[in-house]
Design a protein around this ligand. Sequence first.
Ligand code: GDP
Ligand code: GDP
Length: 466
Amino acid sequence: MSFTLAIVGRPNVGKSTLFNRLVGKRLALVDDTPGVTRDLREGAARLGDLRFTVIDTAGLEEATDDSLQGRMRRLTERAVDMADICLFMIDARTGVTPTDQVFADILRKRSAHVILAANKAEGAAADAGVIEAYALGLGEPIRMSAEHNEGLNDLYAQLMPLSDAFEAQADSDTPETDVDLDEDGEDLSDAPPVPTRAKPLQVAVVGRPNAGKSTLINKILGEDRLLTGPEAGITRDAISLTTDWAGPDGVAVPMRIFDTAGMRRKAKVQEKLEKLSVSDGLRAVKFAEVVVVLLDAAIPFEQQDLRIADLAEREGRAVVVAVNKWDIEEHKQEKLRELRESFERLLPQLRGAPLVTVSAKTGRGLDRLHTAVMRAYEVWNRRVPTAALNRWLTGMLEQHPPPAPQGKRIKLRYMTQAKTRPPGFVVMCSHPDKMPASYSRYLVNGLRADFDMPGTPIRLHLRSQN
Ligand code: GDP
Ligand code: GDP
């Protein structure tokens, strides 16, 4: 199962150029199927490892009469309704035109997932147009040059998580009919197929020396019968290793795990340990998508743990906190309460991040850890549709109106999600400089709670618009 992407926008912005690039020589059909308009072209597209269907609203001539406007609107609406994701293209050299605004309105109302592309953006002449595109309220524009093959990596980066989501959805929608037995004779018919990803999920395990990082990683590797990658055997000096880590549902997820000081401990640098672990941790965090902060249950939330957790947050990584050596903990319930309390107090910037207890030694809790990692990754990639976001904002403003410094109420006009990995939101408002931090926190906490986004930093940017 894959998804359908519609390329929409006014004539002459470069839609067909992109369409041709995505479809290449694999143009499946130039559509003359009855029932489907001739004005919509459909093709089998390929971008990196993604395979999907692309629709182009070609066949419109630039003109100014009303009938064309109407036709363009109907055509666009049909394309939008057929598609899972819309790529809305504007011409960055021209900037945002009134016709672009008409398209933006249609998309805001009708499309669940909009990707904005400012095309013809090769060269500095397009800078102003790219910036203007933000004001459409459809997220951060991709700087693209369809003609010069630029911006397709960014397009890929936006499509990939959505594609994963559609695949997951399709898997759960499709009933399995074949019964499949593995070598132990176990019925695998309920196991969803192994997802194919562009690259392994990048996970860093960080924490102070002796927290149990090596033990944890070895456990993950040891229990993994699908061990892959030439690095696997050389854990001693390896900085990263790739493996398929199967979760509780049996789905093996390719992961590239970055190890930090744990490995180095075995090298003869005992005295430099503290220093090493921080700089290695830093490097691992920079590479990672998800950071697992591993704590020792006996001495949790030490200074070094706090520093590395804070670093992961500032770098914008998805974070999971794992408390290790849970096997030797006697008063588990009481301890867990204490841990949660310390977590809230000492790492308020990571509010909502999952806290899981594990024993790297016995393997207990590893399934929970797997689930938490996958979920944090999913949330980190989450894109909230603009329409839903603005409905939400209206409610938040009613519930708790923004302050009115010097008698002038700060007006929040609308908001959009400009980024993922981690989620970043832009709010257009009057006097952003006067907005108190407490109100921004109110919005961030609300976003986290109402759109269920634990385990990821959330960025909120205020942009001035009167
Ligand atoms: P459509 O009507 O939106 O499908 O637009 P086309 O794909 O037919 O492109 C319209 C014109 O813009 C053509 O002359 C293209 O060669 C040109 N064009 C497309 N993409 C780019 C680009 O990235 N940069 C520049 N400079 N021109 C482009
Ligand atoms: P690293 O420095 O973070 O890589 O830590 P290691 O993996 O080398 O572990 C440090 C020590 O803690 C070793 O003696 C491990 O056997 C022990 N250890 C690691 N995980 C656990 C666990 O879950 N339970 C217990 N009881 N000991 C553990």
